[in-house]
Design a protein around this ligand. Sequence first.
Ligand SMILES: [Zn+2]
Length: 154
Amino acid sequence: MKPIRLLVVHCSATPANRDLGVAEIRAMHKKQGWRDVGYHYVIRRNGVVEKGRPDNVIGAHVAGHNDGSLGICLVGGVKPDMTAETNFTPAQYDALRTLLQELTGRYPAARVCGHRDLSPDRNGDGKVTKGEWVKDCPTFDVEPWWAANKGRQA
Ligand SMILES: [Zn+2]
């Protein structure tokens, strides 16, 4: 694994009423032939953070950027009809903030972003914009959220 330069926020793309954690996601990922859960951290609906892959093992969470990144998955992110919805709980946002504070302390060079922000910049303007997103994940703009929240204390 290269030095960590990206902390990538994801969602599980499951409805808000599904309370799953790392065990269930690991089972889903193994079923698709992976050797372990793709993420390094999973944040359950109640805000409990569960450990996935060890930080020194390359994850499977974002095409082209797995080496040198850690994947953090918020459980939720879709409506019952499976279309995107930003439906995370206050406890999940608190846990995400605390986890990212810890991880940016450990990896000060790392950029915090959302999965969709790593979509290809197809028109080459230096910005990844809505029309270029490969998927909606994690359904909200992580970078401005982090800028506004990283200084907050629990
Ligand atoms: Zn994702």
